[in-house]
Design a binder for this molecule. Structure first.
Ligand SMILES: *[C@@H]1O[C@H](CO)[C@@H](O)[C@H](O)[C@H]1NC(C)=O
Ligand SMILES: *[C@@H]1O[C@H](CO)[C@@H](O)[C@H](O)[C@H]1NC(C)=O
Ligand SMILES: *[C@@H]1O[C@H](CO)[C@@H](O)[C@H](O)[C@H]1NC(C)=O
Ligand SMILES: *[C@@H]1O[C@H](CO)[C@@H](O)[C@H](O)[C@H]1NC(C)=O
Ligand SMILES: *[C@@H]1O[C@H](CO)[C@@H](O)[C@H](O)[C@H]1NC(C)=O
Length: 244
């Protein structure tokens, strides 16, 4: 892959990445050889949503050449699913116009390879579980619309641009659902709640405090963000898909 752009649609949960080798426009970076270790850099959950779009220049300083982290999707859906002053589908269309407007600028700046990541099932995060089943149903429906429109946009982008390199849509929603559906066998003793003592990070991956299971057995770091336990699965899965 060169001129890699990872337009990851996670946000606070992140998005991870938009990036580009935009610097000397049209001068592709050497193909990065990605391993799960460096792909995992993409998932620093906690990036905030920006209404002004992506700062493509910032990608140049990315720890991984050609990649730059960005947040897109999770906070958008997570903060607007209950709005009654817009239709969900109409609002998602507006959001995706902005998103793909940025993708277009990256393309114009020379980016040719894109990793798109959809939004994981935030309806299964403690933040929404705590709000009850009506809320989780509504969030899930809103998210299904967003991810559906997102997939259609990716397909449209591929169909309407010539000279693209690798363009991948990674289905984070499916991965998270698979992990959550198999939480027990995979060793997550707790996939619906989080331990407050761990929510700002722990000194070690084996930390355990009284009253909570070891941090390595939780799925969620806090009310919305998954732990490294999940990032590792995701990074492996993405690295596998990118090198397929
Ligand atoms: C990814 O990590 C490997 C192993 O640490 C390293 O050799 C490689 O340069 C990294 N690739 C990028 C693109 O940073
Ligand atoms: C964009 O990122 C570059 C590199 O990090 C930085 O110098 C510049 O100030 C940023 N621009 C904006 C508008 O944030
Ligand atoms: C809809 O309502 C929300 C919440 O009150 C507000 O933040 C948002 O700006 C409104 N959007 C539009 C398009 O009016
Ligand atoms: C959930 O939705 C159902 C059906 O729409 C409604 O009857 C019920 O009152 C709602 N529950 C809460 C707690 O809002
Ligand atoms: C998950 O962990 C939280 C915090 O430790 C706890 O409150 C909750 O009861 C646990 N859930 C299960 C199903 O063990």
């Amino acid at each position: 892959m060169h001129a890699v752009v990872a337009a990851v649609a996670l946000s606070l949960g992140s998005l991870a990445a938009a990036a580009a080798t935009v610097a000397p426009a049209a001068v592709p970076l050497p193909a990065p050889k990605l391993t799960w270790g460096n792909v995992s850099h993409l998932f620093v959950f906690g990036d905030s949503y920006t209404t002004t779009g992506w700062n493509v220049s910032a990608g140049i300083d990315s720890p991984i050449p050609g990649f730059h982290k960005h947040a897109y999707g999770i906070n958008d859906v997570g903060n607007s699913w209950g709005w009654t002053n817009v239709t969900q589908a109409g609002f998602h269309n507006t959001l995706l116009n902005r998103y793909f407007g940025q993708v277009e600028s990256l393309f114009k700046a020379g980016a040719r390879s894109f990793l798109f990541i959809n939004v994981p099932p935030i309806d299964r995060a403690p933040l929404f579980i705590e709000q009850g089943v009506n809320a989780t149903k509504q969030v899930k429906a809103s998210l299904a619309d967003y991810n559906g429109q997102f997939a259609a946009r990716v397909a449209l982008f591929k169909a309407t641009h010539k000279g693209l390199g690798q363009v991948t849509l990674f289905d984070a929603n499916k991965l998270f659902n698979t992990l959550l559906d198999n939480a027990g066998p995979l060793g997550f003793v707790n996939s619906t709640g989080f331990c407050e003592a761990y929510q700002n990070g722990t000194p070690s991956i084996t930390t355990q405090v009284a009253g909570c299971a070891p941090v390595s057995q939780y799925f969620w770091l806090n009310s919305l963000h998954p732990l490294f336990t999940v990032h590792n699965y995701m990074a492996h899965a993405i690295a596998t898909e990118l090198s397929a």
